[in-house]
Design a protein around this ligand. Structure first.
Ligand SMILES: [Zn+2]
Length: 139
């Protein structure tokens, strides 16, 4: 498996959009609104959904609406087009639920193991190093 967390946004986004262009018929308004720490997670989720549809439901298409971070967790918004089977809704919902749950244990900055850091200013999922770095920034 490739490690995409080492890539810059300018490198990762074009690769992701090109590889999964059938998921993204029109460009996402703000691109991927996540940090590199979750690039592997989002890549794997998209690839898993893609593979599932190719093997089980060729009449369904997933259209990606938005990918972002909210309250320290991944949000992967999509809708289905075509003629999806009933099971497809459930299966993709489950894959998405799993990835969103996993995001709470993955540092959003670097991809190492992290945990949710909550304070009065933010909710972020961070490893110890990035937790220290971001609490050093006083705004
Ligand atoms: Zn980190």
């Amino acid at each position: 498996m490739n490690d995409y967390t080492k890539m810059k946004k300018e490198e990762f986004e074009p690769l992701y959009f090109k590889t999964f262009k059938h998921f993204i018929p029109k460009p996402l308004t703000y691109g991927l609104e996540i940090k590199p720490g979750w690039y592997n997670l989002v890549w794997d989720l998209t690839e898993t959904i893609d593979r599932y549809l190719k093997n089980n439901d060729k009449k369904a298409t997933v259209i990606l609406d938005q990918v972002k971070e909210k309250f320290g967790g991944l949000r992967y918004y999509y809708h289905l087009e075509g003629e999806p089977k009933k099971d497809t809704f459930k299966m993709i919902w489950g894959m998405n639920w799993l990835a969103e749950s996993q995001s709470f244990n993955i540092c959003q900055e670097c991809g190492l193991r992290g945990e949710l850091d909550k304070n009065e200013r933010w909710y972020k999922t961070l490893c110890p190093k990035h937790k220290k770095l971001s609490s050093a920034v006083k705004t």
